[in-house]
Design a protein around this ligand. Structure first.
Ligand code: 5GP
Length: 191
């Protein structure tokens, strides 16, 4: 079994993916956590270079031209998001990789990089209302933004069945979510 793998965390907004990854980063798991590029605005509490590099649209398009992305997408109908190809393929020699991306990005990677050892982990919760309340706790969104998240949510659910793993994220049970993800990673990498 190939030891190092690319674990792609997918699932609707507000389900706890980002928080879970932050917690996993604090463990001693031997993992590379690639920083993606995005053209969306930095939120309060976000740190440049932690999860994203926040760049301008023209800078992003320059990177597209230079073929620097493993995949890139316009997410929720507005901003570019893209994963850096070089850092991911290089780090795979020494460790597994863990990154959250959207389902269109996953489809793209699976279609165009079938040689890569990809494992998809879908995180979900029981319904849309639970997600809205969690999203609004994080940062209140306007109606248009919420509608875009809802459309993405419906598409995301369709992808659930095609994922390698599905993990349910219950309110206030982030420890369980983290444990489930780590268990999957350890199983898959024989760690
Ligand atoms: P947020 O703006 O809330 O941080 O993320 C919005 C969406 O963008 C999430 O569904 C997240 O999974 C996705 N995303 C984050 N980074 C990437 C990336 O590098 N590529 C793609 N395709 N999607 C990403």
């Amino acid at each position: 079994m190939q030891k190092h793998k690319i674990f792609l965390i997918i699932g609707p907004s507000g389900v706890g993916k980002g928080t879970a990854i932050k917690r996993i980063k604090e463990t001693d798991l031997n993992m590379f956590y690639p920083v993606s590029f995005t053209t969306r605005e930095k939120r309060i509490n976000e740190v440049e270079g932690e999860t994203y590099y926040f760049i301008k649209k023209n800078e992003f398009e320059e990177k597209i031209k230079n073929n620097e992305f493993l995949e890139y997408q316009i997410v929720h109908g507005t901003h570019y998001y893209g994963t850096d190809k070089n850092s991911i393929t290089e780090s795979l020699k020494d460790s597994s990789v863990l990154r959250e991306i959207d389902i269109a990005g996953v489809r793209d990677v699976l279609q165009n990089n079938s040689h890569l050892p990809i494992v998809t982990i879908f995180i979900t919760t029981n319904n849309w209302e639970t997600l809205v309340s969690r999203i609004n706790k994080r940062q209140k969104m306007n109606g248009k933004e919420l509608e875009q998240r809802k459309q993405s949510y419906q598409k995301e659910l369709e992808f659930m069945e095609k994922s390698n793993y599905v993990v349910y994220s219950e309110e206030n049970k982030i420890d369980d979510l983290v444990t489930s993800i780590i268990t999957i990673i350890k199983q898959e990498t024989n760690a």
